[in-house]
Design a protein. Structure first.
Length: 338
């Protein structure tokens, strides 16, 4: 943790002197700094499996991901990044089979996440990010496995025909779930509620998935298309009847008035200013005894999605030196325990 804090302080300090963003690559205890909007591409090209890449606030061009690296940005919430700025990855990100074990945290992706067609990509973690496009696992072999999407804002749809044993936990999801097989969805909020022309499209298609401790805003009956899906301890804002073929339904909370669910949430889009805490958490308990929704379960949604690395919260730099020629600089960093 101290080493990480040092690298972040160093990168921030360099940023004081230069306008271009600095990216830090950590390899076997050695740090290399890359400069500019293409700095992430340069750092990634120089990285080896197991390396760490730290990104400051700014907008970065993206490489194709085909190595086992850990990439950590400065964060995604405006109120939490007033000092550093948000970290944006610009465009579509494509993952290939050597990206097994890659971890991506604390960034906003302007495009989609694409996992290459029918490739065996495994054990990737996407955490505390905002993904503005779709998540696409293209193919039909189900050989992408053990993915974890944890504490994210997923604005697009989840197209999962090549993913099996994936975990979607404590996310806010705006789109639909398509062609999912054998995946786990727990403690998410599903905001999608298009019951107009697209009301004929099911919110979820797929088979043998488990949905537990989620909150569904869907208010039209075309809910699930598929076989053998399990729904345990979820909140539904209507008494949904269309759960596909041979579903398992246990302990769900049906026909809950949506305005009584959250402290402050309206509409079908994620908004930074809204409050997704439950009004009465003790009323809606999940399979593990904690509250349903993103603040319960194994991975409670962290306020403002601050990444795990030390977070720089204060940066004050005097514009002039004092009478002794000293420049007064105040920097505060807060350790993150999880």
């Amino acid at each position: 943790m101290k080493k990480t804090l040092f690298f972040w302080m160093m990168c921030l300090g360099i940023g004081f002197m230069y306008s271009q963003p600095r990216v830090s690559l950590e390899h076997n205890g050695t740090t290399t700094i890359f400069v500019g909007n293409s700095a992430l591409v340069s750092a990634y090209n120089a990285a080896a499996d197991g390396d760490f890449i730290y990104l400051p606030g700014g907008t970065f061009e993206v490489p194709s991901f085909d190595k086992k690296v850990t990439i950590i940005g400065a964060g995604v919430f405006p109120n939490a990044t007033t000092t550093t700025g948000k970290t944006f990855l610009n465009g579509v990100i494509t993952f290939f089979d050597n990206a097994d074990g890659l971890s991506l945290e604390g960034v906003e992706v302007t495009g989609s996440l694409n996992f290459a067609y029918n490739l065996s990509i495994n054990n990737v973690v996407i955490k505390r990010c905002v993904i503005n496009g779709d998540v696409n696992f293209s193919g039909n072999l189900l050989n992408a496995t053990n993915f974890s999407f944890i504490e994210n804002v997923l604005r697009g749809s989840l197209n999962l025909p090549n993913l099996e044993t994936g975990l979607f936990s404590n996310n806010i999801i705006q789109g639909v779930v398509r062609d999912s097989s054998g995946n786990m969805f727990q403690n998410n909020i599903f905001l999608h509620n298009d019951c107009g022309y697209y009301g004929n499209v099911a919110l979820i298609t797929g088979s043998n998935n488990t949905f537990q401790n989620n909150i569904f805003n869907r208010q039209c009956d075309n809910f699930v298309g598929g076989t053998g899906n399990r729904f345990l301890k979820n909140i539904f804002v209507m008494t949904a009847s269309s759960f596909g073929t041979t579903p398992t339904l246990t302990g769900n909370y049906m026909n809950v008035s949506y305005p009584t669910v959250f402290f402050n949430q309206t509409g079908v889009s994620f908004e930074y200013e809204q409050d997704y805490h439950l009004q009465t958490p003790a009323t809606y308990l999940g399979v593990d005894g904690s509250e349903v929704g993103v603040f319960g379960g194994q991975f409670p949604f962290k306020i403002q999605l601050i990444p795990e690395n030390p977070h720089i919260s204060v940066k004050n730099i005097n514009p002039t030196t004092n009478s002794s020629g000293e420049l007064q600089i105040e920097i505060k960093a807060e350790a993150q325990n999880y």
